[in-house]
Design a protein around this ligand. Sequence first.
Ligand SMILES: *Cc1c(COP(=O)(O)O)cnc(C)c1O
Length: 338
Amino acid sequence: MIDLRSDTITKPTQEMREAMAQAIVGDDVYGEDPTVNELEKTAAELVGKESALFVASGTMGNQVAILSHTERGDEVIVDTAAHIAKYEVGAPAMFAGVQLRLVDDLLLGNTIDKIKKAYREENIHFPVTRLVCLENTFNSGGGTIMPAEKMREAYQLAKDLNLKLHLDGARIFNAAVACQCDVKEFTKYCDSVMFCLSKGLGAPVGSILAGDKEFIKKARKYRKAMGGGMRQAGILAAAGLIALKSIDRLAEDHSNARLLAEGLSQIKGIKVDLERVQTNMVYVEVDNAAAFVAELEKNGVKANAIAANAVRFVTSREVTREDVEKVIQIASRIAGNK
Ligand SMILES: *Cc1c(COP(=O)(O)O)cnc(C)c1O
């Protein structure tokens, strides 16, 4: 099977498994796991924040961030298609008790303008606008990159309006690698950032939430409340440390995605917006996504139908260049048979 459903399917490498087996561990709830401590320190430095917290998943990182930035009843500005709004089980309502202010095209449109319009002045009828969440790269946008300059403007505006800015940076390293810049060029424009170790970076489990000391202190307590006090988590953090050494290889996923996108765009009946193929994702438009995906699967290729006429392919270290060439051939055959 060639699995292009997601970069979450990546399995730990031999090097990771060995590091996991040998990890020095302790009780992380007591702050005594040296490997977790090392990962948190390394991660904080990497994204240019004072402090970091190892969390079980990206969803937990985002939710702990929302809990730490807000009070019950506050309003959080977020793109209608953001992961936080679409794919986190309504958790902001469940845990932080906040109201999401869903904004269409917050991320791909004029972000500054959209934030200004969504922001609410003090009024007895209104919730307090407290937080803006951005997402980079933007998953539902096709793995698109929000340029650092756009983030800078949004962060400046957030400060002017006394709002906090959280970055869902599940794939922020994909953005940095694609731009050939330091990840801090993006992360310096937010109060907190979450990124995933378990996607393209290949760790089996875990994400990082980073921010200033006071924020992470709060987040640590909320993580505990959510059941995220993971004790000898150094076993997992050991793989995370290796994952952070393999950031550069994301470039390979990007060139594979580009190859796939260009190949698929040549096929009749498949539409690809090549401009949106900026990292490791390829979204394509077909007449019947479910039928197309079923046909691919019969031919040994897995992809996700994410709407009635949209299919998502994601490249990762589990997929080689030869695999991508095969997928183009198979897709071309299937389309030709219709
Ligand atoms: C995957 C993802 C998350 C959540 O990560 P999980 O570890 O699956 O909970 C958050 N945001 C974005 C943009 C993602 O793609």
